[in-house]
Design a protein around this ligand. Structure first.
Ligand code: SF4
Length: 276
């Protein structure tokens, strides 16, 4: 019995119509979902019985590949998809600029660009967990203007079911940085072009960041007091799941967390190196 060795092998077998009959936004997202064991290969009605029979016994995630390798393949697939879209139209929809060669978006105040071949250019180092949401946003975001209504990750479509680890992986890890590194919120404002806003939900500090032009996030932090532990929550605009798929929103949260940890490490808080 044949086995799938990588995500792109499955992607190549799909018809790439992005018809959404599998309830994923794209064929590439479906291929990733099969590898993450969230979907069964039979959920694409366009695959022939021969192909399904060929792969039905296969393990979802390749046992030979690491999470990073599967992630890098997914990123490569997104770059290939870029070659097939109208970058000028995508720039208009996504709130970016197109100069005839590259589409550029502001990611937390810094320029981040992609050309027609899917090559990425950035003023700052952006880790793959942020590069993936950037490309998904350009490719498939609806371009909906944010409403200003903040909701938790769990309240976004499929947030609670598909990514129950958001709290642990993002909010608790960010809280550890905030608890340890006292200048975090000042840095978010000065380095990442964040905006401190009037306290929301009775938090001690509320900062709004723009990791993508139409996907703002708000980080609220409650300091520890009188025997109570601190709390940190991340809020999304309630349109976020229309501008970015839920997997990319999770990836964005994980990417930002990793960036904040790195920042704290650079400022001499080595204890955060092993916090995840
Ligand atoms: S149903 Fe199949 S062809 Fe349609 S988007 Fe999903 S994977 Fe692609």
């Amino acid at each position: 019995m044949a086995r799938m060795n990588n995500l792109m092998e499955l992607f190549q077998l799909l018809d790439k119509s992005n018809c959404r009959k599998c309830n994923e936004k794209t064929c590439l997202a479906f291929a990733a979902a099969v590898f993450q064991r969230r979907k069964d290969i039979t959920e694409c009605p366009k695959l022939t019985p021969e192909i399904i029979a060929r792969f039905s016994d296969a393990d979802a995630a390749s046992p030979h590949k690491t999470t990073e390798e599967n992630r890098d393949e997914y990123l490569e697939g997104l770059k290939q998809e870029i070659a097939g879209i109208d970058l000028a139209a995508a720039a208009e929809r996504s709130g970016g600029q197109f100069n005839g060669t590259r589409l550029t978006l502001k990611i937390m105040g810094k320029d981040f660009s992609v050309d027609r071949q899917g090559n990425l250019y950035a003023d700052i180092h952006v880790n793959p967990w942020v590069a993936m949401p950037f490309l998904s946003y350009v490719l498939h975001g609806e371009g909906v203007t944010p409403s200003g209504n903040w909701v938790s990750f769990r309240e976004l479509k499929e947030g609670a079911e598909r990514y129950p680890l958001f709290k642990k992986r993002c909010e608790e890890a960010m809280k550890r940085v905030a608890d340890t590194y006292p200048d975090l919120f000042d840095d978010l404002v000065h380095i990442f072009s964040g905006r401190q806003v009037a306290e929301q939900f009775a938090a001690d500090i509320s900062v709004v960041l723009a990791p993508l032009p139409k996907v703002p996030i708000m980080i609220c932090y409650w300091r520890p007091e009188e025997g109570l532990a601190s709390t940190l929550n991340v809020f999304f605009d309630d349109t976020a799941d229309r501008n970015l798929d839920i997997g990319s929103l999770f990836s964005l949260g994980a990417g930002l967390t990793a960036m904040f940890e790195k920042l704290a490490l650079r400022h001499g808080f080595p204890e955060l190196a092993s916090s995840r």
